[in-house]
Design a protein around this ligand. Sequence first.
Ligand SMILES: [Zn+2]
Length: 138
Amino acid sequence: MAAPSNFPVPIPDFDAEEFWAGCNRGELMMQRCAECKRFRWLPRSMCPFCNSLEREWIKASGRGKVYSYTIVTHPVHPAAVSRVPYNVVQVQLQEDPDLILVTNLVGIANDAIRIGMPVQAVFEELEPGVKLPKFKPA
Ligand SMILES: [Zn+2]
């Protein structure tokens, strides 16, 4: 079990509660409009396509590809000082090209990351009861 970190932890609101609960179960849950069936990312109350307030949650495969990335060399938070340099990656999920998550790649050197490389979700415990979605090479 991970020790408490000094990193800011997600504070699940009503719209994203199921996303974060899924992460803690090891599942990537994506919100989808129950009317027009388009995914909503970020999770939100109203569908930006049809204005419906109805939602459903779909367990995504966790498979995707690197859409873009950067390497952070200047820590933007005191808790990140010991982690630089680290990567910040946009992962495009295979379920929908509009599902692009901002995350980190693990299990790979920063200089080996390539746009388009296939990746798979993993869930890393930031601190007890808080898991974050990350990705590893598939
Ligand atoms: Zn809709």
